[in-house]
Design a protein around this ligand. Structure first.
Ligand SMILES: [Fe+2]
Length: 296
């Protein structure tokens, strides 16, 4: 069997506003659009992916918070309504998705062997979080590829940013090993914004783009710094403590660290497909070059 591979790793932020603005049939709320720079960015990412052959999307999400260990979806299909607890006015999404349980279990088992605390989520009534749904919808709205969704064990909140990074770097390594052994071609998604200080009131309508901007100059500088570091991902890992603290970064959930580690800490710049703010948070859609084991 040929070795599996990662065909792309992408930073794929999940504000529900993006799905709301797209008006897909799955979402009950309707809009007049908005956040076009980011939605066009996702369009470009989808265009890049359209000529790539891949079997499964693996997403790490901060909104499935599991304080005791990292959890993995372990049921073939999930179908229900996902309502964003903060923005129920924007996101009430009817999902119907398939899970690659075999690969999910393989990553779980590798992680357990390496000493990480892990668990398979085998409750068929489990409600899928909106981070998983939004990132996967924006990347592949057809929902014709199975997914693997990995929870955030919130290591930063429970321990420290250093412990979070140590665990997510290990989780990235064992993810890569499981992919390689599986023979499957995978797309990795780190489902998170960059700076994450957001407004506390909503405009009317929410998609009024005349009101959208970054919350502060400092947040903008952090976002630009991280985008500029895309070819120096070791530096992103090194600066993660300051980034999480000073920019209230949503990378605090571990998704970006996990993906960088799984891809072997890339030293080639990512392709920036789009940058924009959503309720004041900084969001970049970025694609890291395809990584194959054995490549220089
Ligand atoms: Fe979020």
């Amino acid at each position: 069997m040929p070795k599996g591979e990662i065909v792309m790793g992408a930073l794929a932020p999940h504000p529900p506003h993006l799905v709301y603005a797209e008006n897909p049939p799955q979402n009950e709320a309707t809009s007049e659009g908005g956040w076009e720079e980011l939605r066009w960015g996702y369009e470009r990412l989808r265009e890049t992916l359209s000529d790539k052959d891949y079997d499964v999307i693996i997403v790490h999400t901060p909104h499935w918070a599991t304080f005791i260990g990292t959890h993995f979806l372990g049921v073939d299909k999930f179908k229900s309504l996902s309502v964003d607890p903060i923005f129920p006015n924007l996101f009430r999404y009817n999902y119907d998705l398939k899970v690659d349980v075999e690969l999910s279990k393989a990553i779980h088992d590798n992680a357990a062997d390496s000493g990480l605390l892990v668990k398979m989520m085998e409750n068929p009534d489990f409600r899928i979080d909106y981070g998983t749904i939004t990132s996967c919808h924006m990347v592949r709205p057809e929902w014709d590829k199975p997914i693997v969704s990995i929870s955030s064990n919130r290591g930063l909140s429970y321990y420290s940013v250093e412990v979070m990074q140590e665990m997510m770097i290990e989780l990235g390594k064992v993810t890569a090993q499981a992919i390689e052994a599986s023979g499957k071609k995978c797309v990795l998604l780190a489902s998170n914004s960059l700076s994450h200080r957001h407004f506390v009131t909503e405009t009317n309508p929410p998609e009024d783009m005349s009101k959208e901007h970054i919350t502060s100059h400092a947040m903008h500088l952090w976002d630009m710094r991280m985008i500029e570091r895309s070819g120096k991902t070791q530096q992103i890992l090194d600066e993660m403590p300051e980034f999480c603290e000073q920019a209230i970064a949503e990378a605090d959930g571990g998704a970006l660290t996990w993906m960088i580690s799984a891809m072997g800490i890339p030293d080639k710049p990512a392709i920036l497909h789009g940058y924009g703010t959503i309720i004041g948070t900084g969001n970049a859609i970025m694609e890291w070059p395809c990584y194959k084991w054995g490549d220089e």
